[in-house]
Design a binder for this molecule. Structure first.
Ligand SMILES: COc1ccc(C(=O)NC2CCC2)cc1-c1cc(C(C)=O)n2cccnc12
Length: 121
């Protein structure tokens, strides 16, 4: 097989990496770090048709799958939304997802992103 060349990251990928690191920091308990499995969340795969988590999003950044910031934000909102569908509102996961979603929307507001586009190499 052809060894995968490690590509130099584009400035857009570096921007996404920066945003991703900021969002991951808001998930201190790492509830969103890895895919949710059926054994920790009974029936999860039957209820959530499009699972998403930070590790999958990171892989998509590294594989240069995202062609816009909007696409990345869509996956972030999907991840938070899934947690607010599967988990009851009075659970720690629903509450963590709601907090994370609000933090993410604020952090990815154009007024916050615009300055980054100039300073990130
Ligand atoms: C990668 O997912 C997880 C990883 C670790 C933990 C975890 O440490 N849970 C302990 C806190 C009380 C048990 C929970 C989760 C977890 C995330 C979720 C989400 C995001 O729905 N979840 C739902 C039901 C049960 N567990 C979880």
């Amino acid at each position: 097989c052809v060894a995968r060349q490690r590509q130099e990251k584009t400035s857009f990928q570096k921007l996404l990496d920066h945003i991703h690191r900021c969002l991951e920091k808001r998930d201190a308990q790492q509830f969103f770090a890895w895919p949710v499995t059926d054994n920790i969340a009974p029936g999860y795969s039957a209820i959530i048709s499009h699972p998403m988590d930070f590790s999958t999003m990171k892989q998509k950044i590294d594989d240069d799958i995202y062609s816009s910031l909007q696409e990345y934000i869509e996956d972030f909102k999907l991840m938070c939304g899934n947690a607010m569908v599967y988990n009851h509102p009075d659970t720690i996961y629903f509450k963590a997802a709601k907090r994370l979603l609000h933090a993410g929307v604020k952090l990815t507001h154009p007024d916050k992103i615009r300055p980054l586009r100039t300073v990130l190499p």
